[in-house]
Design a protein around this ligand. Structure first.
Ligand SMILES: O=c1ccn([C@@H]2O[C@H](COP(=O)(O)OP(=O)(O)O[C@H]3O[C@H](CO)[C@@H](O)[C@H](O)[C@H]3O)[C@@H](O)[C@H]2O)c(=O)[nH]1
Ligand SMILES: [Mn+2]
Length: 732
C-alpha cells in the first residue's frame, strides 16, 4: 500500500451548520455583559441588607457567566467518529490482538448475580475470535453466590455462544435478548433449538435466583466445584484471602462449546482484603485485575465495564480496534470511551439520569478539544497507557507480532501465581495507585485516571456507535441520584484542588481548551455559588419589598429576560434534539436545581473537609434493585422521598420559602394595583413562581401524599419551621 492510497480505519467529521449556534452565543454574550454592567452601576448606596443582597446576586451572576463560558467552549465544535470494520477485517483479521474484558461487581445484594452473569455472557459473546477474548470478573463482594452464578454461566456459555452466532442475536445478554425477541417461526428445527436455549437460560436463572433468595448455597452445589472450599476460610467480605479461579482456560483444548469451537477464557477473582489495608474500592479492584490478567492473557487492549452494563452491540470490540489499529493515528490513542446509555429510564426520565446532552453534545465537543474523560464503564484502554506508560513515538505497536508470546504454565500454577498478584501486600511500597494503574483516593477514580493518561501524552477518543454499545442501569430513586451526583461532584472537585488538576498536572501537557473543558465537570461542586443565591435572595427580598432586578418597564430588564429565557430555550432544543421529551426537559430543570442545592453543596463541603484531613473518601454503591412498591412508583414517575435526609430538608425548605414569597408577591400586586409593585418586583415574582412550579412534586410529597414514598414527617416539620422563620425575619 503506497503512502497516498492509505485508507484510514476511522474518520472524524465536524458537525456543520453551527452558524445559528454561534450567533446565539454572541447574543447571550452581549446580554451577559450588560447584566454585569447593570450590577456594577446600580449598586445600592444604603441599607446593609440591600447592599449585601445585591452583592450576593452579583457573585451568582459572575459564577453563571463563567460557567456559561465553559459550557459554550465544550459545545463550540463537536466532532463525530465513524469506523470501517470491513477494512479492519481485510487487513488484520488474522492478527487481531487479544482483548481482556474487566467486569467489576461489589455486592451480591444490590448487584444481583443474575445481572452480573448476563453482563459477563454478553461480553463473552462478542463477535471476536474466542481464543483472543478473556473475561475477568472482579467480585469485591467476595460472594459464593456470585461465584456459583459464574460457574453456571460458564456452563451455559457453551450453548449461548454458538446460539448467538447462529441466530445473530443482538443484544447478547440472554436476559435482554429473551425479554424482547420472538421465537423464529419460519423453520421448525430452528424454533426447537431456540426454545431449548431459552429454557436452559430460564432454568439457570430461576435456580440462581432461588439460591440467592436462600442466601446460602446447598451442600450439593458446593461439592460440585473445589472453588467453593475457599469460602471456608473467608471470615467476612472485608477480611479474606484471594480467591481466584480460572473457570474456563481458553488454552485448554477441552474448553469447547457444544459445536466444537473454542471458548473465551473466563476468570473469577475476589482479591485479598484485610481490615488493616485500604482496598481502594473500584480502583483497587481494577489494579488487581490489570496484574492478574497480565499473567493469564496479557491482552494489549482492555475493556472495562460496570457489572450492570451489558454489551448491546457485538461489534464494539471491532469498532474500538479500528481506532487503536489505524496506521496513522492509532498509536497515539490511549483510550476509547463509549457513551453511557441507560435502559432503566422512564419515558420522561424523572430524575434526569439519561445524560443525553452530556453524551450527545458535550462529549463530542470534548473530543474536539483534546479528548473525552474516562467515565468508568464502556471504555477500551490500551494496557500500556492504563498501566502508566508515557506516550512516545516508540509506542507504535507491531500488530503482526503482539500475539507471539505464549503462556506456558498449567492452569493450576497460573492460579497460584496470580493469587499473589491480587494480595494486599503486593502493592505495598509500589507505584500502584499512584503512577501505575488507576489512581487511589478519589471517588471518581475513572476521571482522575483518564486525565493522568491524557497528561502522559495519550489522546482519547469518543465514539458513538449507531447501535448503542452498552446499556446499563441508572439510579431509580431521588436520593440515590442525589448521592451519586454528590460522589461525582465531590470527586471531581477534589481533582481540581489536588496536584492532579488539569491546570497543574495538565499544564503544557494538554491543550488549554481541554483544561477549561474539564472544569465543566470539576466545578460542579461549586455550582451552588450561583444557584443558592438565586433561590434564597430573591424570595427573601421580595417579602421585604427590596428590588434586585431592573423595573419591568426599564430597558435594562431585557438582557436579564433574554439571558435567562433564550438560554433555557436553547437548552430545551438541545434536550429534545438529543432524544428527550418536553416533560423530560422540565424534569431536568427540576433536577438541575435539586442537584445544585444538595449534591453539589454536600460534595463541596466533603471535598473541603477531606482537603483539611477530617474525613476519608468513601464509595456509596448505587443499588441496581429496588422494592416492589418503590419500582412501581418509579414506573409511574412519582418522585420518591420516603426516608429522611438532610438533602430533603434543604429541598423542602427552599421550596416552601419560594412558595410563601410567590404568593406573598402576588398578594402585594393585587392589594396595590396602582402602586406599580409588579413593575418594581416583577422579575422576582416570576423567579419565585418558576421555583414554585418546579417544586410541585415536593409540596405533594410534603402535604398530599399518603404512600410510603411521601416526605417523612420530620422533614415536613423541620422545613416548615425553618422556612417560616426565614419569612418572619424577612418581614420584620
Ligand atoms: O468497592 C467497590 C465499589 C464499586 N465497585 C464497582 O464499581 C462500579 C460502579 O459503581 P456504581 O455504584 O454503579 O457507581 P456509578 O455511579 O453508577 O458509577 C460511575 O461512576 C463511578 C465513579 O464514581 C465509576 O467507577 C463507574 O465506573 C461509573 O459507571 C460497579 O460495577 C461496582 O461493582 C467495585 O468494584 N468496588
Ligand atoms: Mn452504576
Amino acid at each position: 500500500m503506497g503512502e497516498n492510497d492509505y485508507l484510514p480505519l476511522f474518520e472524524t467529521r465536524a458537525s456543520r451548520g453551527r452558524f445559528l449556534f454561534k450567533l446565539y452565543v454572541l447574543t447571550i454574550f452581549v446580554a451577559i455583559c450588560m447584566i454585569l454592567v447593570y450590577r456594577v452601576s446600580y449598586l445600592p448606596v444604603e441599607g446593609a441588607v440591600e447592599i449585601w443582597s445585591w452583592i450576593g446576586m452579583f457573585v451568582a451572576e459572575l459564577w453563571f457567566s463563567f460557567y456559561w463560558f465553559i459550557t459554550q467552549l465544550i459545545r463550540w465544535n463537536p466532532v463525530y467518529r465513524y469506523t470501517f470494520k470491513d477494512r479492519l477485517s481485510q487487513r488484520y483479521e488474522k492478527d487481531l490482538p487479544r482483548v481482556d474484558v474487566f467486569v467489576c461487581t461489589a455486592d451480591p445484594e444490590i448487584e444481583p448475580p443474575t445481572m452480573v452473569i448476563n453482563t459477563v455472557l454478553s461480553m463473552m459473546a462478542y463477535d471476536y475470535p474466542p481464543e483472543k477474548l478473556s473475561v475477568y470478573l472482579s467480585d469485591d463482594g467476595c460472594s459464593d453466590l456470585t461465584f456459583y452464578a459464574m460457574l453456571e454461566a460458564s456452563r451455559f456459555s457453551k450453548h449461548w455462544l454458538p446460539f448467538c452466532k447462529k441466530f445473530e442475536t443482538e443484544p447478547r445478554s440472554p436476559e435482554a435478548y429473551f425479554r424482547t425477541a420472538l421465537e423464529p417461526l419460519d423453520d421448525p428445527l430452528k424454533a426447537k433449538e431456540w426454545l431449548f436455549v431459552k429454557k436452559l437460560y430460564m432454568d439457570m436463572k430461576n435456580q440462581i435466583e432461588a439460591t440467592t433468595k436462600l442466601g446460602k448455597l446447598p451442600e450439593a452445589i458446593c461439592k460440585e466445584n473445589k472453588g467453593f472450599r475457599e469460602w471456608n476460610f473467608v471470615s467476612s467480605r472485608r477480611d479474606h484471602q484471594t480467591i481466584l479461579e480460572i473457570l474456563i482456560d481458553g488454552r485448554d483444548p477441552q474448553a469447547m462449546d457444544n459445536e466444537g469451537q473454542p471458548l473465551p477464557t473466563l476468570v473469577y477473582l475476589a482479591r485479598e482484603k484485610r481490615p488493616q489495608y485500604p482496598h481502594n474500592f473500584k480502583a483497587g479492584a481494577m489494579n488487581a485485575l490489570i496484574r492478574v490478567s497480565s499473567r493469564i492473557s496479557n491482552g494489549p487492549i482492555i475493556l472495562n465495564v460496570d457489572c450492570d452494563m451489558y454489551s448491546n452491540n457485538s461489534y464494539s470490540v471491532r469498532d474500538a480496534l479500528c481506532f487503536f489499529m489505524d496506521e496513522e493515528q492509532g498509536h497515539k490513542i490511549g483510550y476509547i470511551q463509549y457513551p453511557q446509555v441507560f435502559e432503566s429510564l422512564t419515558k420522561n426520565d424523572i430524575y434526569c439520569n439519561a445524560l443525553n446532552a452530556e453524551m450527545k453534545v458535550e462529549f463530542p465537543g470534548l473530543d474536539a478539544n483534546g479528548g473525552p474523560l474516562y467515565i468508568g464503564t464502556g471504555c477500551f484502554h490500551r494496557r500500556e497507557a492504563l498501566s502508566g506508560r508515557k506516550y512516545s513515538n516508540e509506542c507504535k505497536v507491531d500488530w503482526k507480532k503482539v500475539n507471539d508470546t505464549k503462556v506456558e504454565e498449567s492452569t493450576g500454577v497460573l492460579e497460584e501465581v496470580c493469587r499473589v498478584l491480587a494480595s494486599c501486600t503486593y502493592e505495598e511500597n509500589s507505584e500502584w495507585g499512584k503512577e501505575m494503574g488507576l489512581k487511589y483516593g478519589c471517588p471518581v477514580e475513572d476521571v482522575i485516571t483518564g486525565l493522568s493518561i491524557q497528561c502522559r501524552g495519550w489522546r482519547s477518543v469518543y465514539f458513538i456507535p449507531e447501535r448503542e454499545g452498552f446499556l446499563g442501569l441508572a439510579p431509580t430513586t431521588l436520593l440515590q441520584t442525589l448521592i451519586q451526583h454528590k460522589r461525582w461532584s465531590e470527586g471531581d472537585f477534589q481533582i481540581l484542588l489536588s496536584r492532579h488538576s488539569p491546570f497543574l498536572l495538565g499544564h503544557k501537557r494538554i491543550p488549554l481548551r481541554l483544561q477549561l473543558s474539564y472544569c465543566n465537570y470539576l466545578l460542579w461542586a461549586t455550582s451552588w455559588f450561583g444557584v443558592l443565591p438565586y433561590l434564597v435572595v430573591p424570595p427573601f427580598c421580595l417579602l421585604r419589598g427590596i428590588s434586585l432586578f431592573p423595573k419591568v418597564s426599564s430597558p435594562w430588564i431585557q438582557p436579564f429576560t433574554y439571558a435567562i429565557f433564550a438560554n433555557r430555550a436553547y437548552d430545551l432544543v438541545e434536550f429534545v434534539w438529543s432524544g428527550g421529551t418536553f416533560q423530560g426537559w422540565w424534569n431536568g430543570q427540576r433536577m438541575w436545581v435539586f442537584k445544585r442545592t444538595t449534591s453539589h453543596l454536600f460534595g463541596f463541603s466533603d471535598a473541603i473537609r477531606k482537603l483539611l484531613g477530617s474525613t476519608k473518601s468513601a464509595f456509596v454503591i448505587t443499588a441496581k434493585v429496588a422494592d416492589e412498591d418503590v419500582s412501581e412508583r418509579y414506573e409511574k414517575e412519582m418522585m420518591e422521598f420516603g426516608v429522611s435526609s438532610p438533602m430533603f430538608n434543604i429541598l423542602a425548605t427552599l421550596a416552601l420559602l419560594n412558595m410563601f414569597s410567590f404568593f406573598g408577591g402576588i398578594k402585594m400586586v393585587i392589594m396595590n394595583v396602582e402602586s406599580k409593585v409588579f413593575d418594581l418586583l416583577g422579575m422576582q415574582i416570576i423567579l419565585c413562581g418558576l421555583i414554585f412550579f418546579i417544586s410541585l412534586p415536593i409540596y405533594q410529597g410534603l402535604f398530599f401524599r399518603k404512600d410510603s414514598g411521601r416526605m417523612p414527617n420530620s422533614v415536613t416539620y423541620k422545613s416548615i419551621i425553618v422556612s417560616l422563620l426565614a419569612c418572619s425575619i424577612a418581614l420584620y
